[in-house]
Ligand binder design. Structure first.
Ligand code: NAD
Ligand code: UDP
Length: 313
């Protein structure tokens, strides 16, 4: 199959491209390198079944494809808040362009949505039925509302044009090839520990997240793309819920480095809790994350030990 991965030079996209090429597909990565890096793809760059196109999905593109994974969008709060209008354009115009592309090609498109569409949730854990609690005008809204509108467009394209869509609500995912300057909590804390710097905890560190290792996420995304299920979005994530202080402790234990912890101001609208209910993914995709947090963190720490400079700094 010809498979397009937008955002393929980013963290999740580069793992997905690698997996899809290894499975024997013709893979086309579309990326504008806003947060992605060519180094993430250098191991498949010379593969005849892989092609890289530098393009911004805010603009339409004409190609041929059977499958489209629409992942292009900065995902770290630091990056998506740096140029909020651009984030909105990528989420909205980008998804619209890729949906049009999918419709014209009769291709199937999987939209990378996010647990952020639940905002600061009042329900715990979050099921796909929960509509969320999002501030429409806060500093996270460019991303949250952009992704919510992208979901709306997917389901309107399905209703109005019978478009073949899948929507994955991705919860916090981590692993090798996150950029050293990505800004999200796992790369921040690991790199701070390895460099002997203070570990930055925002707020009091009692807020929770549920972290999914990249290999499990790639498996879930491919299963969703190839499944018959398209009736609703599907949560993909690891239900193990940890506070940020738990993450600090784990990283201190696994690196053997007991860095000093410094507390910084909690960013506006930072969700207090986040934990996926993945019953739907278990039922319709027969998917369950397999990699333990210890194993996933060890792999990630090892990556940053070996590649301490791969980032945009
Ligand atoms: P990332 O920032 O590492 O990758 C995003 C990629 O998209 C980068 O390669 C970037 O250059 C590219 N990109 C951004 N804007 C673009 C544009 N206008 N045109 C073309 N390319 C563009 O982020 P990631 O963690 O790999 O996230 C990938 C997708 O998964 C995003 O859509 C994100 O919203 C979603 N997601 C990720 C997580 C997570 O924890 N990693 C959680 C929820 C949702
Ligand atoms: N966080 C932190 N220290 C950091 C970076 C992030 O304590 O150096 C916190 C952040 O405030 C949030 C959680 O860790 O509560 C996860 O943040 P991240 O940016 O990884 O992703 P989010 O789930 O907020 O989009």
């Amino acid at each position: 199959m010809i498979v397009i991965v937008t955002g393929g030079a980013g963290f999740i996209g580069s793992h997905l491209c690698t997996h899809l090429v290894n499975e024997g597909n013709e893979v086309v990565c579309i990326d504008n390198f806003y947060t992605g890096m060519e180094t993430n793809l250098e191991h498949i760059a010379d593969n005849p079944h892989f092609k890289l196109i530098r393009h911004d999905i805010i603009e339409p593109i004409e190609l041929r494809a059977d499958r489209i994974y629409n992942l292009a969008c900065p995902a770290s709060p630091v990056h998506y808040q740096a140029d909020p209008i651009r984030t909105i354009k990528t989420s909205v115009f980008g998804a619209l362009n890729m949906l049009e592309f999918a419709r014209k090609n009769s291709a199937r498109m999987l939209q990378a949505s996010t647990s952020e569409i639940y905002g600061d949730p009042h329900e715990q854990p979050q099921t796909e039925h929960y509509w969320g609690n999002v501030n429409p005008v806060g500093i996270r809204s460019c991303y949250d509302e952009g992704k919510r509108l992208a979901e709306t467009m997917c389901f309107e394209y399905k209703r109005q044009y019978s478009a073949d869509i899948r929507v994955a609500r991705i919860f916090n995912t981590y692993g090798p090839r996150m950029a050293v300057d990505d800004g999200r909590v796992v790369p921040n804390l690991i790199n701070q520990a390895l460099k002997g710097q203070s570990l930055t905890v925002y707020g009091d560190g009692s807020q929770t997240r549920s972290f999914c290792y990249i290999d499990d996420m790639v498996d879930g995304l491919i299963r969703l793309m190839e499944s018959d299920y398209s009736e609703s979005p599907v949560n993909l994530g690891n239900p193990l819920e940890l506070s940020i202080l738990d993450v600090v402790e784990l990283i201190q234990k696994l690196t053997g480095i007991k860095g000093e912890v410094v507390f910084r101001k909690l960013p506006e609208d930072d969700p207090a809790r986040r934990k996926p209910d993945i019953s739907l993914a278990r039922r319709v995709l027969n998917w369950n994350p397999k990699v333990s947090i210890e194993k996933g963190m060890r792999e990630t720490i090892e990556y940053f030990r070996q590649e301490p400079h791969i980032g945009h700094d």
